[in-house]
Design a protein around this ligand. Structure first.
Ligand SMILES: N[C@@H](CCC(=O)N[C@@H](CSC=O)C(=O)NCC(=O)O)C(=O)O
Length: 289
């Protein structure tokens, strides 16, 4: 039994946003924090259980960023969906250089399991999100139904949401992303992260060890139906700098994938909060089908 400690709780929308912390085995025993919004419908009757949406935030963010600025909770509340906001990396791992660069280390866990010696004890955000956190939440008996689970995220977190969805066929009902890094094995943030976090021996370019974390590659090789919604702002500086490459997804013309380019929007939470209600409604449709 994991010791889940309540840090704070705030009334919002139709329920409460509560912050918890617990020692994470995925993160080498380090304490990690997450926020969870639970709508009132989860506790109205003893056997009520609500569907779950995970929101994965981007570089330099933490468990508060999406909860406070994402604009997801009013629609989640009226739709009766719980929303979980994990942190973006371990904190205080003590790895040399982990606080030197905003694109690597603290705040930049890339939702993968590190295999390189230096990082592998603590930098396992993939296991935290996909395995450990759901188990901790099930044990806590908060009225969540993990047979109805969807995932979304922004930027690095959009990469996390799409790659986790595509790596785990059947686990999630739907995935969505705001300005995701779609092809990280070939774009600067991803190349930097994968070079550091992932041990690789292959001489291919990109190394084959990186491909299980590359959404464009995973979609290319995916057999079966998908439910994916992606929004990207046309005025996003990271789009212009080649970090996102949404055409590596849209050009595949897969049924069930919608990629929308939005006029005038940038990479910020103004963009995310504008489209967040539509993303929550998209997930609600699939979670309640
Ligand atoms: N400090 C950086 C910019 C960092 C940044 O823009 N982070 C984005 C996510 S980028 C991809 O994962 C973010 O969500 N920031 C939080 C916010 O509140 O906007 C720089 O120097 O460019």
């Amino acid at each position: 039994m994991v010791s889940l400690e309540k840090v704070s709780s705030n009334r919002v929308s139709t329920g409460y946003l509560t912050k918890y912390k617990f020692p994470s085995s995925s993160l080498g025993g380090l304490s990690t924090q997450f926020n969870i919004f639970v709508p009132a419908s989860a506790s109205e009757s003893q056997d009520a259980s609500v569907p779950v949406l995970f929101y994965l935030a981007g570089l330099t963010c933490n468990e508060d960023t999406g909860a406070q600025k994402g604009g997801l909770l009013n629609t989640a509340g009226t739709e009766g969906i719980a929303v979980v906001f994990p942190d973006t990396s371990p904190r205080g791992a003590g790895v040399e250089g982990e606080d030197d660069d905003w694109q690597l280390g603290t705040g930049a866990g890339f939702y993968l399991n590190a295999t390189a010696e230096k990082w592998k004890k603590h930098y396992n955000m993939y296991d935290l999100v996909v395995k450990e956190l759901p188990e901790v939440l099930k044990e806590a008996k908060l009225g969540l139904d993990f047979s109805r689970w969807s995932i979304t995220g922004h930027s690095m977190g959009g990469h996390g949401a799409l790659s986790i969805y595509l790596k785990n066929q059947g686990l999630f009902k739907s995935a969505s992303a705001f300005a995701p890094a779609c092809n990280p094995s070939k774009t600067p943030w991803g190349i930097n992260a994968f070079t550091n976090y992932l041990e690789y021996r292959t001489r291919s370019s990109p190394p084959s060890e990186w491909l299980p974390y590359d959404s464009a590659h995973l979609l290319q090789n995916y057999q079966g139906d998908v439910n994916i919604l992606i929004d990207v702002g046309k005025e996003d500086d990271f789009l212009k700098k080649g970090q996102l490459e949404p055409e590596t997804i849209s050009s595949q013309n897969k049924k069930g994938v919608e990629v929308r380019l939005q006029d005038g929007f940038d990479h910020s939470y103004y963009f995310i909060s504008t489209f967040a209600p539509e993303h929550v409604a998209f997930h609600a449709k699939h979670l309640k089908a």
